[in-house]
Design a protein. Structure first.
Length: 253
């Protein structure tokens, strides 16, 4: 097992159990405790775990929301595959919303140059990436910029969405479950996400498999408000089956 694979498994176990123990991990992976501690240091620097005596706990348990840069360093290969798979959901022409997020950000980077699209975003970094593309008309939603996620929120972002209708909204989430739907830590971001979904003919969720083990403070959508989930092959088959039974098309890239 490569170090990155081991670290992702450590993160999965931490989120599932609420805590991981250094000695138990070393025995499970047949590595030294020093190796496990190095793995935990990598994950802590990525902003997804916090070291505690004898082990680590996921940041979600502490009520933390990892910053955008930290989240962008996690599950990179999976996010790139998800973004490429999402291209199949683009209209031939027309309009789309791309929600602020690290996986949706990768979709923005791979949008094809042969389609004339209007793209609505609530992320200054995404607007900067897209604005130089000659085939795109980019609309940037105003409002307060949250420093942790670099997403615009509040009334100046919400009011334009009430008057928009787009073909597809490509959505990001912090957590997703059959019982609780789509959730995020911040109520202001939840309100924007809710309005984006309401403004779209179809909604497509882009989320790596780790998002399906968490539930956060603010719900912004039930599963029946989403048409397609694009995730990676790490998603548990039972979870994929539950999502499909709830009426979603599930694509595992």
């Amino acid at each position: 097992m490569y170090a990155e694979e081991r670290q992702q498994e450590i993160l999965r176990r931490a989120r599932e159990a609420g805590r991981v123990d250094v000695v138990a991990l070393a025995e499970s992976f047949d590595v030294t405790t020093e190796t496990v501690r190095r793995d935990l240091t990598v994950l802590e620097r990525a902003g997804v775990l916090r070291r505690v005596h004898g082990g680590a706990i996921p940041v979600e348990r502490l009520g933390f929301e990892p910053a955008l840069a930290a989240r962008d360093e996690v599950m990179t290969a999976e996010k790139e595959r998800i973004a490429k798979a999402a291209l199949a959901e683009l209209p031939d022409d027309g309009s789309v919303i791309i929600d602020a997020g690290t996986t949706t950000g990768r979709l923005a980077q791979v949008l094809p140059a042969d389609r004339e699209l209007t793209v609505v975003v609530n992320s200054p970094p995404l607007a900067t990436v897209l604005a130089t593309r000659a085939n795109l008309t980019v609309i940037m939603l105003g409002g307060r910029v949250r420093g942790r996620t670099l997403a615009t929120v509040d009334d100046w972002a919400l009011r334009p969405l009430a008057d928009l209708h787009v073909d597809v909204a490509f959505m990001a989430t912090n957590g997703c479950s059959v019982a609780k739907g789509l959730t995020t830590p911040d109520p202001a971001e939840a309100a924007i996400k809710r309005a984006m979904i309401a403004a779209a003919e179809r909604s497509v969720l882009l989320a790596d498999h780790t998002k399906f083990t968490n539930t956060y403070f603010s719900r912004f959508a039930a599963l029946d408000e989403i048409d397609v989930v694009i995730t990676d092959t790490g998603l548990d088959p039972a979870t994929a089956a539950d999502l499909a039974e709830a009426g979603l098309e599930v694509v595992r890239a």
